[in-house]
Design a protein around this ligand. Sequence first.
Ligand SMILES: Nc1nc2c(ncn2[C@@H]2O[C@H](COP(=O)(O)OP(=O)(O)OP(=O)(O)O)[C@@H](O)[C@H]2O)c(=O)[nH]1
Ligand SMILES: [Mg+2]
Ligand SMILES: [Zn+2]
Length: 333
Amino acid sequence: MVSLHSDDLRMSPPDTNDTTETQLEGVVTRSTGSWYDVRVGDQVIPSRARGKFRLTKQNVTNPVAVGDRVTIRLNDEDNTGLILSIHDRTNKLSRRAAGHRRGEEHVMVSNVDRAWIVQAVKRPQFNPAFVDRVLVATAVNEIPAGLIINKIDLLTEEERAAVMDVHLRYADLGYPVITTSATENLGLARLETELKDQVSVITGPSGTGKSSLLNAIEPGLDVETGEVSESTRKGTHTTTHAELHPLSVGGYVVDTPGIREFGVRDIHPKDLAHFFPDLRPYVNECKFPDCTHDHEPGCAIKAAVDRDAIHPARYESYLRILDSLQEEEEQRF
Ligand SMILES: Nc1nc2c(ncn2[C@@H]2O[C@H](COP(=O)(O)OP(=O)(O)OP(=O)(O)O)[C@@H](O)[C@H]2O)c(=O)[nH]1
Ligand SMILES: [Mg+2]
Ligand SMILES: [Zn+2]
């Protein structure tokens, strides 16, 4: 029980008919926009958020994110909660919002130990630019990241070399890479070992098999999965909300909705190369100290690309992200 005169309570909406109040601490496991599932012990308490969160965080589409630790006030009558405060986050994974709130920050998840990027070998087509954008976003937030290459059962002999190339490209950069098939039960023991006792988030384009992988290692979850369209070879956006699931081996995984394009934000263009571990070693060797590694003469990064010390696809990703960040800068000033 908490005194009605505490600062926190004075700021909350007036309650006329209750005299006793229970405050509880929990973790947000699911958010639908206006309601949040908050897990407190073994219980899940549907909760709303205080209006002040929306008012104070104007550039964020979602002031409360899955993974947040929160204090709620329990309404004893209907067993719902009101989120009073969000505890400090250890980290967060954010991207640029799309649609009508374009450019704003969308916090996908907070307080995670590792982020896994899922790509399919095909259906949908492997997208290295997507991988590189998520790797930048995780590097900015100091979240360790790894790559899952799923649907390896679909690989033909001729396609194997190209997948090996991608595998080595990221493994050489120091990222853990796991090849899996959710349907043929390949690589799942390794995946389970990596997820054990960690709080992980799984992200990637729609249809790559994020939810299928979760069901394969934890059948009891019975998460909904959907078909990949025959005509577009893309997923059909089956998972609509991020949700934190417990694993019986220990730990938690956050399944997230498929993303069309992972937009990077909040990086000054001149800092971008620091978040590419393969570009970073050269940044101080360029002729101009403010080199953007794009068009400038005497660029050490371009020289490294020319002698194959940097993979051209990675440099291409760098240039595309640089472009989007410069565009964002121009709009801001
Ligand atoms: N052949 C094959 N198909 C797979 C594999 N994993 C998933 N699929 C299929 O791919 C389709 C999409 O799977 P989902 O798990 O719904 O994909 P998702 O990434 O969760 O998609 P969203 O929720 O829309 O973001 C389903 O038809 C799955 O059966 C795999 O390893 N091999
Ligand atoms: Mg899904
Ligand atoms: Zn340069």
